[in-house]
Design a protein around this ligand. Sequence first.
Ligand code: ATP
Ligand code: MG
Length: 267
Amino acid sequence: MGKGTENLMPKRIVAIINQKGGVGKTTTSINLACGIAMLGRKVLLVDLDPQAHSTIVLGSSPDSYSATIQDVLVNRKEISGVIIKSSIDNLDLAPSNIHLDKAEQLLIPEMFRETRLSKALSGLDYEFIIIDCRPTLGILSVNALYACNMVLIPCEMARFSLEGYSDLLDMIRLLKRGDYESGKVALRILFCKFDSRKAISNEWVFKQLEPYKSILFKTCIRQCEALNQAHIAKESIFKFKPASHGAEDYLSLTKEFMILCSQPEIN
Ligand SMILES: Nc1ncnc2c1ncn2[C@@H]1O[C@H](COP(=O)(O)OP(=O)(O)OP(=O)(O)O)[C@@H](O)[C@H]1O
Ligand SMILES: [Mg+2]
């Protein structure tokens, strides 16, 4: 977990981002991180949302932490002093709580405010770092975009889920220009909460995303009540209900993700 040389740079830092609320960012962060950890690979989940949903599921009560990711971003505390072990082998957590909300304001006058997370993560000894973003495109999300080399956008299969998509894609292209074109940064869209009975909405969303066909994950995450219940039980879907559609889909996503990550250049 300590600092090291550049050789120890994580292979993949994944920002799970969408300024739309409730589309599946946290559910995907938790279950993708757990899926990777189950394969025996070292993963860090960074909770970059003051709502602290990943922290609630994988850690303790958000108020119980004396130091969180907010201290790393605002007070430049070493991230190794904030990271905790989760109950899952190979999976660590950089927790968050409501105080992270103040970071958006506190960072405004600061130098290098957009690259604080990137700097904090550099040299950490993890193969994968997953960043669960908040549903806004403020300074926290900009930090996640600067830090990452893969952007995963969960998309709900609903009419209004695509509003603001072009703002998000413009921002990603602006921040990642060059890296994106050269294949150093990957961009992928993941359909979440897919319900085959909603044929008309599904068809509409698929049609709108036709231009992005090449960057859609083949895996779709189906609507699955067990995913909700797993959050309540503070467990991954793999432990909570391994025979569910949710577990099947997140396992499929994990495999697709790992194949993608094994390619030197992705786009
Ligand atoms: N495939 C699914 N089937 C059923 N419920 C789901 C599914 N994915 C997510 N949910 C539920 O939908 C709600 C929103 O999901 P989640 O918290 O993952 O979204 P989010 O994008 O992180 O939200 P926010 O923007 O508030 O951070 C949660 O109650 C979650 O349990
Ligand atoms: Mg969330």
